[in-house]
Design a protein around this ligand. Structure first.
Ligand code: FE2
Length: 386
């Protein structure tokens, strides 16, 4: 038995106006500090007020959101008692909104209960709406939330079907102000979601359909979005939809070793998520190709006839896209870490990647030696044959 789960999706120019049509009395907007300072939440607030709601803004979300911020937001939610919670921003803000929403609904639970095996039964007090401002994380359509705990930056990889928003509002107005570097990083993340989910053991016809459309769109439009001055609005819109489709793909089929390594590397060396998963995407392909040849071959018609004959064909295609958009292909390009620091941290990187949920449905189970081999190869960016 298989499931395909998704929020209801409102998309296109002016999609944000949908919020004015919702019966809402009290709405809480969860966003990061930068968006709060820039006033990016104001168009959302305006639409909610048109619906007759009083609005509270919780603009305290930090990158890699911490469990203590969940507590702060929850305190506000419990005092304010919203009937609508809106996550506004990139993955951090939307993940935070999921965690606050769940624990506001269920004060009897702790954050550690947000797993697929617990019956959450949410939606009794409020609705969750996600409004992404970047085109990459797919958090607006997925069931996962990543929250950091402790001093060492340990990541809690939480997930439950009830954490999927009731509505995802995809308005290209928000990503239109993304600078080229952020456009490249977030677009690389969306491509990694698509390719990793297509090659996952849990890929299925619905997730494949979403993933393949996203791959096609990203290869077609991401260079234009990074280089365009200004970026045509249809390009922004296509990529905004592709990121949500990539989210639907991996949200229903899982990510893989590329994200396992990316999460490990990003948490140890504090590198933006899209840059690290972009770094490891070519290795995801090279490591998994033999085990998931038929799945990768589905990308042939998307990328051009007979493109995907072997691992090197496809990984070269990704590396070529990275060249076009200025994405890092080696560790020294992605971060200032020295070779000595990298060598010292190698055992921890291997251990973190090895324990990541990103490996649960990966096409092959890597050994510690294979994880280390990929990490070492990423120092120079050299392809690896498996
Ligand atoms: Fe990602």
């Amino acid at each position: 038995m298989w499931f395909f789960t998704a929020p209801k999706i409102v998309f296109g120019a002016g999609a944000i106006e949908f919020l004015a049509s919702l019966p809402t009395k009290k709405a809480m907007i969860v966003c990061d500090r930068f968006l709060a300072e820039q006033g990016t939440y104001k168009p959302v607030q305006e639409q909610l007020e048109k619906a007759g709601a009083s609005v509270k803004v919780f603009g305290e979300v930090e990158p890699e959101p911490h469990i203590t911020t969940v507590s702060s937001g929850l305190k506000i939610a419990r005092a304010f008692e919203p009937d609508t919670i809106v996550g506004l921003g990139g993955g951090s803000a939307m993940d935070m909104a999921k965690a606050i929403y769940a624990l506001y609904e269920r004060p009897d639970l702790t954050i550690y209960d947000l797993t697929p095996i617990v019956d959450l039964n949410l939606g009794k007090k409020a609705r969750l709406i996600q409004v992404p401002t970047t085109s990459g994380t797919g958090a607006e359509t997925t069931w996962a939330t990543i929250i950091t705990e402790g001093e060492g930056g340990r990541k809690l990889e939480l997930a439950h079907r009830d954490l999927i928003a009731q509505w995802a509002v995809l308005d290209p107005m928000f990503p239109s102000s993304m600078p080229p570097k952020l456009t490249a990083d977030t677009g690389a993340d969306a491509l990694a979601h698509s390719i990793e989910s297509i090659s996952s053991q849990w890929s299925n016809p619905f997730s494949d359909a979403m993933g393949m459309k996203a791959v096609d769109t990203i290869f077609r439009y991401l260079p234009k979005a990074v280089k365009g001055q200004p970026v045509p609005s249809e390009v922004r819109e296509e990529l905004h939809l592709a990121a949500a489709m990539a989210g639907l793909s991996f949200g229903n089929a899982q990510i893989g070793i590329g994200h396992a390594l990316g999460h490990a590397f990003g948490s140890v060396f504090k590198v933006p998520h899209g840059r690290t998963v972009g770094l490891f995407l070519p290795y995801h392909i090279e490591f998994n190709f033999a085990a998931a040849r038929d799945k990768f071959a589905r990308l042939s018609p998307v990328l051009g006839d007979s493109t995907v004959r072997n691992a090197r064909d496809l990984s070269a295609k990704v590396r070529s896209l990275w060249d076009q958009i200025g994405m890092s292909k080696t560790i020294p390009e992605a971060t200032k870490v020295t070779e000595k620091e990298f060598e010292e941290k190698l055992p921890e990187l291997v251990e973190r990647a090895d324990s990541s949920t990103g490996l649960v449905a990966n096409a092959r189970v890597p050994t510690s030696q294979e994880l280390e081999r990929i990490l070492r190869a990423a120092w120079s960016g050299a392809p690896v044959d498996f």
